[in-house]
Design a protein around this ligand. Sequence first.
Ligand code: FDA
Ligand code: NAD
Length: 434
Amino acid sequence: MAEKSFKYVIVGGGVAGGYAAREFVKQGVKPGELAIISKEAVAPYERPALSKAYLFPEGAARLPGFHVCVGSGGERLLPEWYADKGISLILSTEIVKADLASKILVSAAGESFKYQTLVIATGSTVLKLSDFGVQGADSKNIFYLREIDDADQLVEALKAKKNGKAVVVGGGYIGLELSAVLRLNNIEVNMVYPEPWCMPRLFSEGIAAFYEGYYQNKGVNIIKGTVAAGFDAHPNGEVKAVKLKDGRVLDADIVVVGVGARPLTTLFKGQVEEEKGGIKTDAFFKTSVPDVYAVGDVATFPMKMYNDIRRVEHVDHSRKSAEQAVKAIFASEQGKSIDEYDYLPYFYSRAFDLSWQFYGDNVGETVLFGDADSNSATHKFGTYWIKDGKIVGAFLESGSPEENKAIAKVAEVQPVASSLDQLAQEGIGFASKI
Ligand code: FDA
Ligand code: NAD
């Protein structure tokens, strides 16, 4: 098969791939110079929609409505946009081999793509229960959620199993967002996770207590401290029940699993330096291999604020890292320099009529403030994280746009916290003064 050749290739057409393409155009990429190669069949879109509005029973979001860059208030890049700009959008094409020394990528269909500069934006893949050898984990109607095809399969199952029963395995982002949207679809939900409270990688016990209470009020039955140990199936192969490690058995027409993700670095193993499970980069997302950049979920990069190197699996960083890498590529071609990436972590989620934002680092002591009673009609609360006497992180549920800006500022400025009691009393008022 003939080899195609491009000045720039982005492998992975997800969030980072799409935002990188927009930045390439801003920087003046010429027609014919850039290709995006993606395993998915559709142009880059805002992945967070898949676990939220995509699954609504009424008025569900559908493409082309949520192509990048609408998630950050930018222009919506339809497939025609790429054609107009002379960008080759090569879809339904999985790269199965990457040779960084000879600068060649090979697809599953045997096509070769040569590049001068490569941007790796392959994102993450889900961890599967079958990877851990859980019995019956390949039964039908056990779903994972990463790509639009996964979401479409879940939508079909929701139609086939109207008013049915679901078990949600995992108490992280997917577990919390999917339990909520399944309830909106009038599905009975049991949610199972091993930890003492939900979302332990971010939430304090106090934050989690609010969401657990709220979810229970919405009819989600929460089972903590155990895991799915096996599945029973009907003779047609569809899942029938989830067997928990503690001996309980839960009926299920649908199972949704969200037990974590793994960055997709396999293609590049042994060819590029890795750290903390990701591809190691500098503050410009340049890897250890010349002319190769890595952005989004796969990049382990210097987190300047905390003098640390980290990987971040959230959409805000995937957008910003992509923009930084493309700016750096053009700057280095022109012999110029740009500022180092100086990222303030920002995560958010929405479920039911709830909406939270978090900025900064969730380390140190916590101070819970506001009305965190899940039975209260006027709930609104937050948490500050305090380390070495300074506020380093801030979380807010149901904040106004101004209040969310205020907690971002607190996490950025890191003001001194003289009294934790006073902070608890002042609550969001403290942030609003910074
Ligand atoms: P992303 O996964 O977006 O894209 C990777 C792309 O590369 C995919 O299209 C994939 O098919 C392709 N690819 C991989 N290997 C390939 C290969 N070998 N050949 C060709 N193509 C290949 N974050 C947040 O802050 N708030 C939120 O609300 C949410 N919500 C959310 C919901 C759901 C359902 C998921 C799965 C994730 C989120 N996230 C989130 C996380 C956020 O979406 C995530 O961090 C970004 O999408 C990461 O962007 P990337 O471009 O790195 O990967
Ligand atoms: P996660 O890491 O947020 O949560 C995984 C959860 O599953 C943890 O609570 C973990 O302890 C639990 N778990 C692990 N093994 C288990 C088992 N055997 N049985 C039951 N529970 C088990 O991962 P996720 O929720 O799967 O999310 C996947 C990816 O998607 C992540 O990168 C996440 O950042 C991203 N995502 C982000 C958002 C958001 O930012 N709002 C929303 C959805 C997805």
